[in-house]
Design a protein. Structure first.
Length: 308
């Protein structure tokens, strides 16, 4: 019976796949527990799937899933979660900045009675700009979703089967693993881990990709943008009343002799912009509902290795 399932979404840097498999194998064999390593190939334009097939032929513990196209990191994680059979599930990136050697320590802490043990990158080995962008991303996302997100924590961690089952029961089409982990709850603990420098390639999360992910997560996990637009509307009404009172007093005092054309046009354009903005927010939520009711799969599997 499999005790630990390690899931790693694969996109780019196919050269690291043999190294990843070797280091995961060494780390988990020290625990003397049955394990499996599930590599989910998210259709990067390289030889990644061939490398995964080679590893699957050489080691029965390694299992491969090839998606039909690029669905994104969190959809790939979902595919791995649904295929995993272990009592404990580890999620880690394929670039080896998440160090497989930390898995035994995470498992040891989880054995103390925790359902979720999150790997905290206390000293993050990334460039200043990368860390600043990540910090801003988590701050904005946390504010817009009324949640506490830690920029030093990503996907790396170990999760009990009941946590994963709870997450898989969520039918959201937009998947963002850290947010889903926080939403399901359960007893959790943060453990400081070493964070390695990226040896090959570069991150696939560009500015536009981060913005898209943050915006999608905001709309999927919170109604705060709608509540903010309500507050904006109330604020605009209050300001309008105050400005109206001001001009009324000026008119009664004889301070206004010629009616202003510019102020009228500016007011119309400004308020029209506010209305369009609010309608746009509502429209985005309606678009999310439309995507949800179509009930399309989060991912489509093209091929499997060492899986039934």
């Amino acid at each position: 019976m499999v005790e630990i399932s390690v899931i790693s979404p694969i996109y780019g840097t196919p050269e690291l796949i043999p190294v990843l498999c070797s280091r995961v194998k060494s780390a988990l064999e020290s625990l003397a527990l049955e394990y499996e390593l599930i590599l989910v190939f998210d259709c990067s334009p390289d030889e990644g799937w061939k490398r995964i097939q080679e590893e699957c032929r050489n080691d029965s513990h390694v299992k491969g899933i090839k998606l039909s196209r690029n669905f994104g990191q969190h959809a790939a994680i979902t595919a791995g979660l649904e295929a995993a059979s272990g009592n404990w599930i580890v999620i880690m990136d394929c670039d080896l900045q998440d160090m497989p050697e930390e898995i035994p320590r995470l498992f040891q802490v989880a054995s103390e009675g925790y359902d979720i043990v999150l790997a905290q990158r206390s000293v993050r080995v990334d460039g200043f700009l990368r860390k600043a962008v990540s910090s801003m991303f988590y701050r904005v996302l946390g504010y817009m979703t009324d949640s506490e997100l830690d920029a030093s924590i990503a996907n790396f961690g170990i999760y009990h089967r009941k946590v994963i089952n709870a997450m898989l029961s969520m039918k959201d089409k937009t998947r963002f693993f850290p947010m889903m982990v926080q939403w399901v709850g359960f007893r959790s603990k943060k453990v400081p881990v070493k964070h390695a420098r990226r040896e090959l390639g570069k991150t696939n999360y560009t500015w536009s990709a981060l913005f898209k992910l943050a915006f999608s997560s905001m709309l999927s996990f919170s109604d705060k943008p709608l509540r903010l637009t309500v507050g904006l509307g109330m604020c605009m009404c209050s300001i309008t009343v105050l400005i109206g009172c001001f001009y009324l007093l000026r008119y009664l005092a004889g301070g206004i002799t010629v009616s202003g054309f510019a102020s009228l046009i500016l007011s119309i354009w400004f308020l029209s912009g506010i209305i369009i903005f609010i309608l746009g927010i509502v429209g985005l939520y309606l678009a999310r509902i439309f995507q949800q009711v179509k009930d399309r799969p989060v991912y489509i599997v093209d091929n499997k290795e060492n899986l039934g």
